[in-house]
Design a protein around this ligand. Structure first.
Ligand code: ACK
Length: 304
């Protein structure tokens, strides 16, 4: 029986259990490398499939704050967040045990090798972006912890059986922080997705996640990575290119051509406009995630 809570007093999963579940962390069971360490697929005795993340950071067993926060994060439940089943702490090993998601990451679905690339149709892409927005709105505004993710990107968005988006690695990045608004000494994020104020000055607020969400939304609509793109690859990122297309009144040119005619033009343009608001260089001018959710649903007018 998988317990859905975290009891750090009794220990939750033992290292032995995790070794058995992953066949001794067999290379064949390795799902990949995440920002915080290797991820393995495993099966518990009751048949539950899990993803075990081996945290690469040095010993944290003495870090009470880390454990406290971990137990709170395990309590966070939202349909658009990857469920943390628990953890295993033994010696200086720290493993996080997550639900296993069948469809890999959004990155693989959009840009992976041919065999793992799934053709995401327009309604699915919309559902994915809305899901990420809802998950972030929950982390920022509704959860008791008010978490800033700090590393939103397509590899940190996992897809379940029905291609619903689930955010992974939330809470990992800010264990040593006290406030959501501060000057961070250690900038942890991914170039290309990082808000400029965070990348340049380490100034971190939840608006940094809003920026990263905007980039992910642009990548999802365009079916293109946020790297040099555009005529003669002049543009450093998709966002720059989108701004130019917006000025030319030609935002549709950004939409993934492989979507063919099966998308709604109005919805696609709305999504790009929302993404452009999110990637505004000035954090104060970016909407918050619950506003983004409303705009994506077409419930609120998207300011030009
Ligand atoms: O695209 P992927 O296969 O999906 O590559 C990454 C890799 O591990 C490193 O993060 C995969 N991964 C991470 N967490 C999970 C999970 N809970 N279920 C399934 N795959 C996962 C991710």
């Amino acid at each position: 029986q998988v317990l859905r809570g975290l009891d750090l007093q009794t220990g939750f999963f033992t290292f032995r259990q995790m070794k058995a579940a992953t066949n001794n962390f067999d290379a064949a069971n390795k799902l990949g490398e995440g920002g915080f360490g290797s991820v393995y697929k495993g099966v518990l005795l009751d048949g539950t499939i899990i993803a075990v993340k081996q945290l690469s950071s040095k010993s944290r067993q003495g870090d009470r704050e880390f454990l406290n926060e971990l137990s709170m994060i395990a309590g966070l439940q939202h349909p658009n967040l990857v469920k943390l089943y628990g953890c295993c702490i033994e010696g200086n090993q720290l493993l996080l045990v997550y639900e296993y998601l069948e469809n890999n990451s959004l990155y693989r679905a959009l840009f992976g090798p041919n065999e793992s690339r799934s053709k995401l149709d327009w309604p699915t892409r919309q559902k994915i972006c809305l899901g990420i927005a809802k998950g972030l709105a929950f982390l920022h505004e509704e959860s008791s912890l008010k978490i800033v993710h700090r590393d939103i990107k397509t590899t940190n968005v996992l897809l379940d059986m029905d291609l619903n988006a689930k955010i992974s690695d939330f809470g990992l990045a800010k264990f040593d922080e006290e406030e959501n608004t501060h000057i961070s000494t250690r900038v942890a994020g991914t170039i290309g997705y990082m808000a400029p104020e965070y990348a340049l000055w380490g100034y971190l607020t939840y608006k940094a996640d809003v920026y990263s969400f905007g980039i992910v939304a642009l990548e999802t609509v365009a079916g293109k990575k946020n790297t040099r793109y555009g005529p003669e690859e002049d543009f450093v990122c998709l966002q720059d290119w989108a701004l130019v297309l917006q000025q030319k009144g030609n935002l549709m040119e950004l939409v993934d051509p492989s979507l063919g005619g099966e998308f709604n033009k109005e919805e696609a343009v709305r999504m790009i406009k929302v993404a452009l608001l999110c990637t505004n260089p000035s954090p104060a001018l970016r909407p918050n995630m619950s506003e983004v959710v409303k705009m994506l649903k077409g419930r609120t007018h998207v300011p030009e």
